[in-house]
Design a protein. Structure first.
Length: 290
């Protein structure tokens, strides 16, 4: 008669495998995109959600054996949401021995006053949050700003931009801010959300829900998220394939004239090129009309 496996031992084993997979994916993303360099001061934006907790945990784990030395500081923006448990993050970070700072800024009142009830608050909220974090980073010698966006966030943004903005873009794993002052990194870029959720549960992070936008069930991002979940259910692996496609782009097979010079493709040397206005007017390059 075979022995019955100990559920606790099995859970511990599976949790260890999951942690190892996430560390490998984070390390791969950091290496692929050159996210962290020798002497960097990395600001981990900690919201209190599963993603940012996992991000901090992974970077702490990698820091001990990383090929370069870098500093970590956790920063939270207290947006003064009603009933926000302000003690949770300081207690957690103190217990972990992680340097941290809490920025106090009442963005909640601004967002709820400006955005009509029932409308999506995320855009304004994220802009104000980004501004506060960037300002602190600039004043405190931060060289990298680490955000907790994962693979599914990147995919969702890709489809949101395609469906509603008419553009092919997403969240890059690494970017330079518009003013050129900040390098933003997303070390969880290769990590699946369900893996992160399972890891956060196994680690029993003290999750703080976002009451500001958590009830907005009709947000387009949630619609896209459901679409991707249905695709993945009916065609397992489709999300991973789409994600790989975002890093395997052939500009000559698309239609963006800024990325590929279609007009010069196959053009004969010395042949005059008709002006676009002449084409639209029904005339030739010389401007002759019938």
């Amino acid at each position: 008669m075979s022995a019955i496996p100990d559920p606790t031992r099995k859970q511990t084993y599976e949790a260890g495998k999951l942690a190892k997979r996430l560390r490998r994916q984070v390390g791969q993303a950091i290496a692929d995109y050159g996210m962290i360099e020798e002497g960097d001061k990395v600001m981990v934006c900690l919201s209190g959600g599963k993603d940012s907790y996992t991000l901090l945990d992974m970077l702490l784990s990698l820091q001990a054996k990383a090929p370069v030395r870098f500093e970590l500081v956790a920063v939270n923006l207290d947006q003064k949401q009603p009933d926000f448990p302000a003690h949770v993050l300081p207690e957690y970070l103190t217990a972990r021995g992680v340097p941290f700072h809490i920025i106090e800024q009442d963005t909640y009142s601004v967002v709820t006053r400006v955005i009509p009830q029932g409308k999506t608050m995320c855009s304004l909220c994220s802009r104000m949050r980004r501004g506060a974090l960037y300002q602190w980073a600039a004043a405190n010698g931060v060289t990298r700003i680490a955000l907790g966006h994962h693979r599914d966030d990147i995919l969702g943004t890709f489809f949101l931009n395609m469906f509603y903005q008419g553009s092919l873009k997403a969240m890059p794993p690494k970017l330079l801010s518009d003013d050129g002052r900040h390098v933003v990194i997303r070390p969880l870029a290769y990590c699946r959300e369900d893996d992160i959720a399972a890891y956060a549960e196994s680690r029993q992070f003290p999750i703080i829900p976002c009451n500001l936008c958590g009830s907005q069930e009709n947000m387009q991002r949630k619609v896209v998220k459901r679409m991707l979940a249905e695709w993945e259910k009916s065609h397992p692996g489709r999300s991973e394939t789409i994600f790989r496609a975002m890093g395997n782009i052939a500009p000559s097979q698309l239609t963006d004239r800024n990325l590929f010079d279609f007009a010069a493709l196959g053009a004969r040397d010395g042949a005059p090129r008709a002006d676009v206005h002449a084409w639209l007017a029904g005339s030739d390059a010389a401007g002759d009309t019938e």
